[in-house]
Design a protein around this ligand. Sequence first.
Ligand SMILES: [Zn+2]
Length: 388
Amino acid sequence: MFELTATDRNTRARRGRLKTAHGVIETPAFMPVGTQGSVKAVSPRELRELKAQIILGNTYHLFVRPGLEVIRHFGGLHRFMNWDGPILTDSGGYQIFSLAKLRKITEEGVAFQNHLDGTPAFISPEIAMEIQAALGSDIAMVLDECPPWPCEYDYAARSLEMTTRWAKRCKEISETGFRKPESSDLSAIRNPRSQIVFGIVQGGTFEDLRRASAQAIAAIDFDGYAIGGVSVGEPEPEMMSAVEWSEPHLPENKPRYAMGLGTPPQLLELIARGMDMFDCVLPTRLARNGTAFTAEGTLNLKNAEFTLQTGPIEDGCECEACRNFARGYIRHLIKAEEILGLRLITIHNLHFYLNLMARARRALENGTFSDLRTQFVSGYKTREPLAD
Ligand SMILES: [Zn+2]
């Protein structure tokens, strides 16, 4: 299912290949975020042209709207959104903890009211896996509790123990299968055995808790492992430490996914720390306020300095926006709130992230990853806030 094809001599970086039911993912890989069954402002055809290998769908958002009955009616999320490549779904836990109201967490699961109309709902580890099986994603995530930052040691310790018990329940139901369609409205559309399942390491910003969580989750034997509880507002050094404390306890022969991260230089730093997969809303979210990524850092194209500039967002970029349009024109579109402006910057930003991962993969194959990392990180001058 996952094979390592090269490893870096100087860092923990790896080049790998993950097989899923809808295709192979070459790692390191960036996953564009399709929160509501759509990567904001781009079509599946454009995602293909951008060489996106896998996209992420948010279980919580899709569960709240349009709801599982609608997606099941269309034959699953792939058919509903007309994307035939791999999809990873999160468990919904992160959004329940960050968006939903009136949460009540118990050993059994979490009761909440959705953020749209306050409808009460309940998700347990078993229900989270059933929902993801019904969505038909290629990679499902276990339900975890994602504590906020900062978090007291005692709370983080109790939370990770419950997350470990929840992870065991997720693993068990993913292996034994789900209720029959006639006995439940949460029926799995396809054989859940073709869906692979990733466990999630928690433990906050505490070294011993990260180690304990990584060891406990690894012992459950998942198909892959994610580092959760990062990108929750913590400073960058704490985020890097959380990854460094977890990674040595994860098996070498399984993929590792750093959840919700990060900026372009952070992605190279995380690859150097043994991470293989990433998702982040920054390229699509920042595009919507006119911010474009370049090798030298971000540019806010709303700024007056770009008004008369006839060159592309980034010289040498092969994306559709840079091949066809000038900075000054895109600035005009953004100022005039024309939809094309945010579409063009989104396409450029996704190309930037996806191309950076392609460069990292080539560098790992050629044994030049450290050169790429040093050169890119030192050339990148701006600091973006961590995405949430
Ligand atoms: Zn471009």
